[in-house]
Structure formats: structure tokens, C-alpha cells
Write a protein that binds this ligand. Structure first.
Ligand SMILES: [Zn+2]
Length: 371
């Protein structure tokens, strides 16, 4: 953009107006200049349609983080949903065999990497080469100056692209350190060609931004085993709790993982007809609320939308349309903030509409019976 004035990329779904959402957070950032605009923070998304962006200072800075090399810190207070940064890939490649589900074809992509790297300005090349890489024993013995690009890429690249068949490197986002209880989440948004990092909980000014590098529904020991590939010992708030709190956290994560797996086959819209089936579905609906509570208690914001979907579908199966609608909408809002076009967002939008219709039909039938 050359004018310096950007229109907000905001889409408002009729459901949000219909349900009177006050905290959708949709407009709490600008896809044009990719930063948060203070003037939109407390403004409902539907009002922000008329705002334009005149530029704003970035909301993060990279600086040393004790024991972690460099980290990324908030330069102002952030609310859940706020955009922290949105970054195009500095290098993006499509590995030849990646779609086949074969092993990561690192050797074959080396030449692709170097071709892409050679087109970068000196400044950008330096930015890439300043990133951290965890080296294999073989790489430790090689000439570091001429062989660092591959390990840097391997240590920091993410899957990107419309069909998720490409790999991209995001040097600014790569500075964000890991936590097993992260305060940000990242998603590739193909429409804007950027990886967007958002706050998933309130973040204070000066607080470090954390992302996760691994799946989080594992106990502390298993998480550390996964993190060994990155070459550091995790000292996040979840990994440095006292022994009792650690055991509780491990138990919660294991229960959450098991519950998600147990619920998976039951997440259909078919209403059980038998008395036993109905009883079981009622038990499951109650258990689904416990699952959402557990996920919130453990503070795993990346899993909130998935847990709320379970609650919504479990209540649809017992025709509790008011509860199903509210939880579907909660899940929809979280998905919408992350990526308005994702399959999850579209699914939750459709389910919310469907549940509202069933709810209306239910009320109509009841009033007819009464009247
Ligand atoms: Zn940790």
C-alpha cells in the first residue's frame, strides 16, 4: 500500500448482529498494514467498517529473553484476538515430494532453498541467517558458514499455501519462543498470503509473547521429549510448576486428549432414538461441559474452539438447542477471529444457523401445543 491509508478488511456475519456479539474482536487489527490499531481495540467490529488505517507503531519488539536467546515482547497491552504480527514468508518453496506423505525431503529441497535465498536482498539474507538452528551431529561437524541455511529452514519453517503443500520461513515470527501454555496462536491465511500471530489471552505491556512448537495434550515428560529436537529444556509456566501442580496439569492434559478422542465418533447430528441411546447422549452432553472446563482450567486457548464444538454438537444430539446454539456461536467466534474462511469457521457458522432454526422450530411447536 502506498497511500498509507488502508481500509479494514472486516466482514460481518449477519449472525453476529443477530446474536448481538459484543466481543467478536474481528476488527482488532488491520490486514493491510498488519498491525493492531489502538483506535479499534474497544470498538465493536461492526463499527470499525468505517475506520481507515493511517499506520500505527508495531506492538512487539525483539530483545534478549533470559535463558532463551532472543524473544518477542509486547510493547503495549493486548487483548485476545489482537493481531501481534502478520508476516509474508521471506522464503517459500514447494518441495517436490511433499504431497506424497513421504519423509521430509530435505536433501532434495536444498537447491530450491538456495535459489530462493539468492534472490533476497543482503539485508533479508542476514535476517534469515541470524535465526537459530538446532544442528544434527553431522551438521555440527560441517563448515557452519556455508551449511546453515538448511538447518535454519528445518528448525523454523512452517507448512503454508492454499493446499498446505508449501513450506515457508517467517523470520519475525520465528523469534517467538515456545511455551506449553502459550499466549498467542499462529495461522497461515492464504487469502492475504501471511502467517498471522494473534493474542489468545490478555497480554500485559512488556510481557513476552509465546507460541507453541508442539502438540500440547501430552504430559510434561513427553512434551520435553518432543522439544529435544529444538535443543532446549522448556522452562515455561506449565513445566516449572511444583510437583503437585505438575501432576494435576499432566492429568488434565491426558483427560482432555482422551475426551477429544472418545467424543470424536459421537460428533454427529443424529439424535439417538432409543432410551438407552438418549441416556448415553445426555451423559455425554454433561461430560462435554466438563471437557470445556478442563481445557479452560489448563489455559490451552488453542483448544477452546474445538472443545466448544464438542459441547455444541453433544447438546444438539439431545435437542438442547439453546445450549447448542450458544456453544456453537462461541466456537464460531474464536474460529472467525483466527481465519474467517477456514473450514472450521464455515462449519461453525453453518451449525450455529442450523441450531437457531431448530431452536425456533422447537419454540414454535411448544407454543402451539400450549396455545
Ligand atoms: Zn513447557
Amino acid at each position: 500500500m502506498s497511500s498509507g491509508v488502508h481500509a479494514f478488511d472486516v466482514s460481518i456475519h449477519p449472525l453476529q448482529q443477530r446474536l448481538g456479539s459484543k466481543q467478536s474482536g474481528v476488527a482488532a487489527g488491520c490486514y493491510s498494514c498488519h498491525i493492531l490499531h489502538p483506535e479499534t481495540v474497544s470498538i465493536p467490529s461492526w463499527l470499525s467498517l468505517n475506520y481507515s488505517c493511517t499506520g500505527s507503531p508495531q506492538v512487539w519488539e525483539a530483545r534478549p529473553s533470559p535463558g532463551k536467546g532472543i524473544g518477542v515482547f509486547a510493547t503495549r497491552a493486548l487483548e485476545p484476538g489482537d493481531i501481534i504480527l502478520a508476516e509474508p514468508a521471506i522464503i517459500k518453496i514447494e518441495p517436490p515430494d511433499f504431497r506424497d506423505g513421504a519423509a521430509y525431503p530435505l536433501n532434495s529441497i536444498e537447491s530450491l532453498l538456495y535459489s530462493a535465498f539468492d534472490t533476497l536482498s543482503e539485508e533479508k539474507q542476514a535476517e534469515v541467517m541470524s535465526l537459530h538452528a538446532h544442528l544434527t551431529p553431522d551438521e555440527e561437524n560441517q563448515d557452519k558458514d556455508s551449511h546453515m541455511l538448511v538447518p535454519i529452514f528445518r528448525s523454523n519453517a512452517y507448512i503454508v499455501g492454499k493446499t498446505l503443500s508449501e513450506l515457508g520461513l517467517f523470520p519475525k515470527g520465528a523469534r517467538i519462543n515456545h511455551s506449553c501454555r502459550p499466549n498467542s496462536s499462529q495461522v497461515w491465511i492464504d487469502k492475504i498470503g501471511k502467517r498471522v500471530v494473534r493474542a489468545v489471552r490478555p497480554i500485559a505491556e512488556g510481557e513476552e509473547i509465546f507460541a507453541t512448537y508442539i502438540p500440547l495434550l501430552r504430559d510434561q515428560k513427553s512434551r520435553q521429549q518432543r522439544l529435544d529436537q529444538y535443543g532446549f529444556k522448556c522452562t515455561c509456566s506449565a513445566c516449572t510448576q511444583d510437583r503437585a501442580a505438575q501432576a494435576d496439569s499432566d492429568k488434565r492434559r491426558s483427560s482432555i486428549r482422551k475426551a477429544f478422542a472418545d467424543f470424536e465418533p459421537q460428533l454427529t447430528l443424529s439424535v439417538p432414538q432409543s432410551i438407552n441411546g438418549r441416556k448415553k447422549a445426555e451423559k455425554n452432553a454433561a461430560a462435554s461441559v466438563d471437557l470445556a472446563k478442563l481445557v479452560e482450567e489448563e489455559g490451552l486457548a488453542d483448544y477452546y474452539a474445538q472443545a466448544y464444538r464438542v459441547v455444541a454438537l453433544s447438546h444438539a444430539r439431545i435437542e438442547k438447542w439453546d445450549t447448542a446454539t450458544l456453544w456453537a456461536h462461541k466456537s464460531y467466534e474464536l474460529n472467525l477471529v483466527a481465519d474467517e474462511d477456514s473450514p472450521a469457521t464455515l462449519e461453525m457458522m453453518a451449525l450455529t444457523q442450523r441450531f437457531i432454526q431448530s431452536w425456533n422450530a422447537d419454540l414454535y411447536n411448544k407454543s402451539k401445543q400450549e396455545g
